[in-house]
Design a binder for this molecule. Structure first.
Ligand code: FAD
Length: 291
């Protein structure tokens, strides 16, 4: 199929993009890497009357490493993040997550902001954002606001973005602890497909090997990527023994709300959630212990 007819405009600045969104409202869509949007338009799942291309906006392409967070412009390509060693040293989960995203060709075009705004509940970057507690900077002609990942992801393919807003950048916490480990894994039918279930974790340890901070979460196990802050807090102060990790992973899986589809039943997804979570918490712990 071919997309329905649409008008195209290339924004030279973020102000111009916001002005177009403000003028056209729901009738407009931003075009970033086009790796999700163009396919959805071709299948006529979306029919924007206006496409506002944001690929030429230089201010959306910067990466800034500050003391406590990494600020990633919305139009930074996924491949750029994947290859950035300084960023990988400070927010390792990003590179680990990207290893599972699509293919080299899709990562060459696909942007970080596009993946976050698309908000597929099985997608890897939204899961990493939810687990780490990233914050989204949203811009409209009327001003700027910052929204935590926990509020940004509102449902399957739904976010807190209003029709007149552009995601300007995402801000990723940098953990200052010396002994930090993180891990990401997933099961998909073929490599490069969206996950049936994905799991991510990051832990920090003190000098005696006790957990001082932990975060973990699941993709594909609910309408949004899921994090489990209360269960993760239960790991703090403990040596992360196998039985504690297993019990925590099982409880998180029991709290998840996966659906059934052609690929997997809800029951299978919940089982997988427990297995994969145990693996990532254990791997993150072992990595931190080796530091
Ligand atoms: C073969 C194939 C396999 C793939 N596999 C995976 C996978 O395994 N995991 C995965 O996560 N993704 C996968 N993808 C999707 C890919 O990661 C996309 O790059 C991503 O979902 C969207 O990013 P984009 O820059 O291409 O955005 P676009 O397709 O241009 O836009 C996607 C949506 O986000 C909106 N948008 C984009 N930028 C902004 C912004 N700055 N502010 C507000 N709204 C914005 C658009 O209006 C649109 O609604 C795959 C894609 C393909 C083609």
């Amino acid at each position: 199929m071919k997309s329905a007819p649409f008008e195209y405009t290339r924004a030279a600045s973020l102000g111009e993009a916001c002005e177009s969104l403000g003028r056209h409202g729901d009738a407009a869509k931003l075009l970033a890497g086009g790796q999700s949007l163009v396919a959805m338009m071709a299948m006529r799942l979306v029919r924007p009357a206006w496409l506002v291309d944001i690929n030429e906006i230089e201010s959306l392409k910067s990466i800034a490493l500050e003391q406590s967070e990494a600020r990633i412009g919305a139009c930074v390509r996924q491949v750029t993040i994947e290859r950035d060693d300084a960023l990988a040293a400070r927010v390792p989960l990003l590179r680990q997550a990207l290893a599972w995203v699509g293919h080299a060709q899709t990562r060459n075009r696909g942007t970080v902001g596009g993946s976050l705004a698309h908000a597929d509940p099985c997608a890897e970057l939204p899961l990493a954002a939810q687990v780490l507690g990233a914050r989204m900077q949203l811009r409209s002609a009327g001003g700027m606001r910052t929204v935590a990942a926990s509020e940004f992801f509102a449902g399957p393919m739904a976010t807190a973005l209003r029709a007149d807003e552009c995601l300007e950048e995402s801000r990723w916490p940098i953990w200052p602890e010396r002994r930090v480990g993180s891990a990401f894994t997933e099961l998909s039918i073929r490599h490069g497909d969206f996950a049936i279930v994905a799991a991510a974790a990051q832990v920090a340890l003190d000098g005696d090997g006790r957990c001082t901070r932990a975060v973990f979460g699941l993709g594909g196990a609910g309408g949004t990527p899921l994090a489990f802050p209360k269960l993760a807090a239960g790991l703090v102060g403990s040596a992360l023994k196998d039985d504690l990790i297993l019990e925590t992973a099982k409880r998180a899986a029991a709290e998840s709300e996966p659906g059934s589809d052609l690929h997997a039943s809800a029951e299978y997804r919940r089982h997988l959630a427990g297995v994969l979570l145990k693996r990532v918490i254990q791997s993150a712990y072992e990595e931190a212990r080796a530091r």
